[in-house]
Design a protein around this ligand. Structure first.
Ligand code: A3P
Length: 336
């Protein structure tokens, strides 16, 4: 008989009481079916529970590359960078290949959209793929697989780092919150219906999806010296893109000339990147998953949070950050 305890060692509970009331009040797209996973209570949509065990036990391949982030931390940017480094800097193909995101959960909204797209077989096919459990999607991907996910390390296979390279990207939580707030308003799977102050109050209480923010980061930070783990900050990419690109190349065992790295940096520069159709997720608008004015690649700066926090919020944020950094030596580049 299969030992289910080992196959997935965490409990999955429905969010109840006032927390769930708040979630369903503000996240209109996600509905009221929210779950919390394990002792850290990662907040996810209920679709996850059907695939939790399969994801935790998914067969890995020696050339897999995982990219892990809390949402809005520079995932898309880093994925394109990693893809290009591994693919011999093939810019022309990169501009055409849409980035995959196999472990994002949007069953809730796709079900609804299927009716709207009933007469468009191409769209229906893509929507169907989006509904396919993440573990099935990654099993069908050709090698080398680039798998990006917002799931924390603890919910992925425990042997992940033994066999697979993992890049983790972290970002100042205040900028993450502002960026995630905008996406949460524009992305139909969330359809957040409140102001930033409300969003931030949920963020610090670990009541936005994929939270708790700090646990997510700390799990990866603890493993940062593992030879198969590269821990990056979004702000390092912003501050010195060529040096950070070089670090990623070293990590992946790839060697390029200075002029090639420089060309890659031009390609990845915000102004150019924003125009790149393969990373803008324009199809999400076509399927009705993203508001028409929504921008996946938005401002691309650090410190924009200052325009959203009043004095009280700034003080409270500092307190929250200080408390959460007490038991770690993790330091954000913006706070040194
Ligand atoms: P902002 O909303 O603050 O602009 P993710 O891909 O994890 O969802 O992260 C999205 C954030 O990364 C957005 O932040 C986006 O603008 C920023 N970003 C994407 N590409 C970038 C680039 N080439 N340079 C700088 N920031 C970039």
């Amino acid at each position: 008989m299969q030992d289910l305890t080992n196959r997935f060692p965490f409990d999955i509970r429905d969010v109840e009481g006032t927390d769930n009331k708040e979630l369903s009040k503000y996240f209109l797209g996600a509905g009221k079916f929210n779950i919390q996973v394990g002792p850290k209570k990662y907040l996810l949509m209920s679709d996850y529970k059907h695939d939790a065990e399969n994801i935790y036990n998914m067969p890995l391949r020696h050339d897999d590359i995982f990219l892990l982030t809390f949402p809005r931390s520079g995932t898309t940017w880093t994925q394109e960078l990693v893809w290009l480094l591994v693919s011999d800097l093939d810019h022309s193909t990169a501009a055409k290949v849409p980035l995959s995101f196999p472990m994002l959960m949007h069953n809730n909204i796709v079900e609804h959209l299927n009716k709207e797209h009933a007469n468009n077989p191409d769209n229906l096919k893509t929507l169907q793929l989006m509904r396919t459990p993440g573990s099935e999607q990654v099993a069908k991907m050709p090698s080398p697989r680039f798998i990006r996910t917002h799931l924390p390390l603890s919910l992925l296979p425990p042997t992940l780092l033994d066999s697979t390279k993992v890049v983790y990207v972290a970002r100042d939580p205040r900028d993450v919150a502002v960026s995630f707030y905008h996406l949460s308003r524009e992305f139909k799977s969330y359809n957040f219906n409140g102001g930033f102050k409300t969003y931030w109050s949920l963020f610090v209480r670990d009541l936005v999806y994929w939270s708790p923010f700090f646990e997510h980061l700390k799990e990866a930070w603890r493993m940062r010296h593992h030879p198969n783990m590269l821990f990056l900050f979004y702000e390092e990419l912003l501050q010195d893109l060529p040096a950070t690109v070089q670090r990623v190349a070293n990590f992946l065992g790839k060697q390029y000339r200075a002029d090639q790295i420089s060309e890659l940096c031009t390609y990845l520069k915000f102004e150019n990147f924003k125009k790149n159709p393969s990373v803008r997720f324009g199809n999400l608008k076509e399927y009705g998953m993203m508001a028409p004015k929504g921008e996946f690649i938005r401002k691309g700066k650090s410190g924009g949070w200052r325009n959203y926090f009043d004095e009280d919020m700034t003080r409270e944020a500092q307190c929250w950050i200080d408390n959460n950094l007490q038991d770690t030596d993790m330091k954000f580049p913006t706070m040194i």
